[in-house]
Design a protein around this ligand. Structure first.
Ligand code: SF4
Length: 398
C-alpha cells in the first residue's frame, strides 16, 4: 500500500505516470487501494480545476441512422431499405434546432451514420458543408460540434479528397469543434473485433491531430469495459496524452475534455455479449477507470466528463467524486447509446443537472462547448479558444 500511496502522491503533485504505473492503478482490486485512488483523483481534480461542476445546454442531432458500416456494438444503424431507417431533411433539422435554441442551447452536436446517399448530388462534402452552412446561417450564435474523425474520413474517401481539405471546408462552413468519438479503444486488435470497418488507430489519431493543427478543438473518449485489457486501456490514455502534449507544445487547441463511455452491450451480437459477460456497465469498474484516467491524464486534459446516458444521472453524479468536473450536456435527444440498451435516458433538464451537482454541495456553472462560462460569453465561442478550468484550481495558473 505504501508504494501505491507514493505513486498517487506523485500523480497529485503533477508528475506524469508511466504506462506501467497506469496499469498498476487500473489493476487494483483491493477496496482500500481503490478508495485511495478515488481520493487522489478527487484531490487532483480540485487542484487542477477547483470545485465548480460545469454543464452545457446542447442538443444532439443524429441526422441519419443509415450507415454503410456494421460495428458489432451498434444497434443504431440501419440499411437504407430497412424498417426504421431515417434521414432528416434540412427543414426537420432546423425545426429541432429552433426548439433547442428556445430551450437555451448554445451547442448543437451533429453526428450521423455513414450514409452513401450523401453523395447523391455528386459530392459528399457539398452535402455536409451545405448542412452546416444552412444551420450556421439560420443560427449564427450556435456552436456546431460536428462530425467524428470517422465521418471526416468517410467524406474524404467518398470524394477522393484529403482529410485536410475536408476539415478546412467544414471549418469554413461553420464547424467549431469535432466530437472525439469513433475512438472506441485505440488498439487495432480490439477494433478488428468491435468495429472492423472503422478507421484504424493511426487514422483516428492523424485526423484528430490534423484538426488541432487547423485550430479545431476536439473532445476525446474511451469506450471501456468490454474486451480490452488493462494495458490496452492505459495505452489508449497514453496516446491521447501524447497527442495533447504535441498540440499544446505547438500552441494548438487540442482536446477540450475526456469522456469515459462505459460499454453497453444489451443489443450487441450474442457472441460479443457472452464474451463481455454483462449487458450494462459495471459501475465499480467505470468509477475506478474514471479516477485512473484523471490521474493518468494529469494536467494535460483538464476536463473530465462521465456519461449520464450510459450510467444514469445518479451514477454520473457519483463520478464527480472520482475525478470528474463536468456533467455533460442536456442532449435533448439521444439515440445511439439508447438503441444499444443504455438506461440513463435521452435528455436532462438544466434543473436536474443543477440539482444533481447541488446534491454534492458543489457550485455549478453553465459553460460553452469550449469551457467558457456562458454568463461571461456574449458571443459565440471561436474555434481555437484554449480550454480553461473553472474556479481556483491549479489549471488557472498553468
Ligand atoms: S457505430 Fe457509427 S459507424 Fe458504426 S455502425 Fe453504428 S452508426 Fe455506423
Amino acid at each position: 500500500m505504501s508504494a501505491l500511496l507514493t505513486l498517487l502522491d506523485r500523480a497529485v503533485a503533477g508528475q506524469d505516470l508511466t504506462e506501467s504505473e497506469g496499469i498498476q492503478l487500473i489493476e487494483q482490486r483491493d477496496p482500500q487501494a481503490r478508495a485511495a485512488i478515488r481520493q487522489a483523483a478527487d484531490t487532483l481534480r480540485q487542484e487542477l480545476v477547483g470545485q465548480t461542476v460545469t454543464y452545457v445546454v446542447n442538443r444532439n442531432l443524429n441526422f441519419t441512422n443509415i450507415c454503410e458500416q456494421h460495428c458489432s456494438f451498434c444497434a443504431f444503424r440501419r440499411d437504407a431499405d430497412q424498417a426504421g431507417a431515417y434521414w432528416l431533411s434540412e427543414a426537420q433539422m432546423l425545426a429541432r434546432i429552433q426548439g433547442a435554441v428556445q430551450a437555451g442551447a448554445t451547442e448543437i452536436c451533429i453526428q450521423g451514420g455513414l450514409n452513401p446517399q450523401a453523395k447523391r448530388g455528386g459530392s459528399s462534402l457539398a452535402f455536409y458543408t451545405h448542412l452546416i452552412g444552412t444551420i450556421q446561417g439560420a443560427f449564427p450564435h450556435l456552436h456546431l460540434h460536428a462530425f467524428s474523425p470517422q465521418e471526416v474520413q468517410f467524406i474524404a474517401r467518398e470524394d477522393g479528397l484529403s482529410w485536410e481539405t475536408v476539415l478546412r471546408a467544414l471549418q469554413a462552413a461553420g464547424v467549431g469543434s469535432l466530437p472525439g468519438t469513433a475512438a472506441e479503444v485505440l488498439d487495432d486488435g480490439v477494433r478488428r473485433v468491435l468495429c472492423p470497418e472503422k478507421i484504424d488507430t493511426a487514422t483516428w489519431l492523424a485526423i484528430v491531430q490534423q484538426a488541432h493543427a487547423l485550430g479545431l478543438p476536439t473532445t476525446s473518449t474511451l469506450l471501456s469495459g468490454h474486451i480490452e485489457t488493462p494495458a490496452q486501456r492505459i495505452h489508449h490514455l497514453a496516446q491521447l496524452r501524447q497527442v495533447q502534449q504535441v498540440s499544446r507544445a505547438a500552441g494548438r487547441p487540442g482536446f477540450t475534455e475526456f469522456i469515459l463511455l462505459p460499454f453497453v452491450g444489451q443489443s450487441a451480437p450474442a457472441v460479443l455479449r457472452k464474451r463481455v459477460g454483462r449487458d450494462q456497465p459495471c459501475l465499480t469498474d467505470a468509477l475506478h477507470t474514471t479516477a485512473v484516467a484523471r490521474l493518468f491524464l494529469g494536467s494535460w486534459i483538464l476536463n473530465h466528463q462521465p456519461s449520464w446516458v450510459k450510467l444514469g444521472l445518479a451514477a454520473a453524479t457519483e463520478a464527480l467524486t472520482w475525478g470528474c468536473n463536468d456533467l455533460g450536456g442536456t442532449l435533448m435527444e439521444e439515440h445511439i447509446s439508447t438503441a444499444a440498451g443504455a438506461q440513463g435516458g435521452t435528455a436532462q433538464t438544466v434543473a436536474d443537472l443543477q440539482a444533481a451537482i447541488r446534491s454534492l454541495g458543489r457550485p455549478f456553472q453553465e459553460r460553452t462547448t469550449l469551457y467558457q462560462p456562458v454568463a461571461s460569453v456574449q458571443q459565440k465561442s471561436r474555434p481555437g479558444t484554449q480550454e480553461t478550468g473553472f474556479g481556483s484550481g491549479r489549471a488557472s495558473r498553468i
